[in-house]
Design a protein around this ligand. Structure first.
Ligand code: PLP
Length: 370
């Protein structure tokens, strides 16, 4: 089965094999492996040893985002969230339910966030201490510029939290070049092309020390994760998804063998190009313009046809060996195809053929986009 969703992604068998065994998290060899993986993650993020830390946390992306909000923002503090789409809305909810105050910044969702809009909002409200930005907005497929927005945040003397969940491993990140950054958070199961269950925050050490006591949560306190790592290197406070970490070690080997994030990003962009050209040849229209389309997921307008039914379409595709999401997150009806994971342009061409055949089977010959 070809899995074309924006995470968890299709993975390579050699990393799944690394997870197919029993592992004791506290064992000294395991702890060395955990430390090794964290070091590799720190390098990949452009972190500097002793100035930055890569902090592992059990759970999915939401857990990491909430942990970053709780750790770096005291209760009642305000965070500006550009409204890029569904994942920005999730930052808003996570912040609110953690007792922090989200301030939504409406922006057009089909273009990258203009750094000037952020600068103006910060200038207008000196009570806002943080900005929370989704770099790859999975709901729309648009890629936002974390460095450019970060520059506006830095110029305003505020702090930044980056959701790089669906971009880290492909889209470059250099935390050392972004001193305004409190945390960049991500998981293993998107562009790192590994298994779900473990995520990371990369954060500056001085801030981790300064922010001890903010979290109001034992499980989601990154300052405590850091302190615990100093006391017991490579050990977790609570049972970790240790198989996911063992798999990630192999996934990082595979990323290095591929040539690193820039080569992976080029492969994803090729995937997107082949997919979009193929869809257009079928008479389908992507939701996002070519120049704003990111490398992670392509949303496609649902065919304007009475026989259109997303679940029936997903089922028909699945019978042809291609699995896509059975929901959409755009305002207008659409379907979405992930372009990340251990898949290449040939796979995308296969997917396009399957999409054409599925539509024909559904009796959708005339495919004018909605
Ligand atoms: C996948 C994703 C998340 C996290 O989702 P989980 O289901 O909690 O892993 C957060 N932000 C973005 C942009 C994502 O794509």
């Amino acid at each position: 089965m070809l899995l074309l969703i924006p995470g968890p992604v299709q993975t390579r068998p050699e990393l799944r094999q690394a997870a197919a065994r029993d592992i004791a998290p506290w064992d000294n060899e395991t702890r060395a492996m955990v430390r090794h993986v964290c070091r590799r993650i720190l390098d990949l993020a452009g972190g500097i040893t002793d100035q930055h830390a890569a902090l592992p946390l059990q759970g999915s992306g939401h857990f990491l985002i909430e942990a970053a909000i709780r750790t770096f923002m005291p209760p009642g503090a305000r965070i500006l969230v550009p409204g890029t789409g569904e994942y920005a809305t999730r930052i808003v909810r996570l912040a609110r339910e953690a007792g922090r105050i989200p301030v939504a910044l409406p922006v057009p969702q089909d273009r990258p966030v203009p750094p000037r809009a952020v600068a103006e909002a910060l200038a207008a409200d000196p009570t806002i201490g943080h900005v929370g930005l989704v770099v790859s907005e999975t709901a729309t497929g648009v890629l936002h510029d974390g460095a450019a927005v970060g520059q506006a945040v830095r110029a305003a003397g505020r702090r930044l939290i980056l959701d790089v969940v669906s971009s880290f491993g492909a889209v470059p990140l250099d935390v050392a070049a972004q001193p305004e950054l409190d945390a960049a958070v991500f998981t293993a199961n998107k562009c790192l092309e590994s298994l779900p269950g473990i995520g990371f925050a990369v954060a500056p050490v001085p801030r981790l020390l300064e922010c001890a006591g903010n979290a109001g949560s034992w499980t989601l306190d990154l300052a405590e994760v850091y302190a615990h790592g100093l006391r017991s290197p490579g050990a977790f406070r609570f049972t970790p998804a240790i198989q996911a970490i063992a798999a990630l070690d192999v996934a990082l080997d595979l990323l290095a063998a591929e040539g690193g994030p820039s080569v992976r990003l080029a492969r994803y962009r090729d995937n997107v190009r082949v997919l979009r050209a193929g869809l257009r040849a079928l008479g389908l229209e992507p939701c996002i313009a070519d120049d704003a389309q990111g490398p992670v997921v392509v949303n496609v307008h649902a065919p304007r046809h009475p026989a259109w039914d997303l679940q029936l379409f997903v089922d028909a595709l699945k019978r042809r060996g291609v699995l896509i999401s059975n929901f959409f997150s755009t305002v207008e009806p659409s379907f979405r195809v992930g372009c990340i994971g251990a898949v290449g342009p040939d796979d995308m061409a296969r997917a396009v053929a399957a999409i054409g055949a599925a539509l024909t089977e559904m009796g959708i010959g005339q495919r004018r986009a909605a």
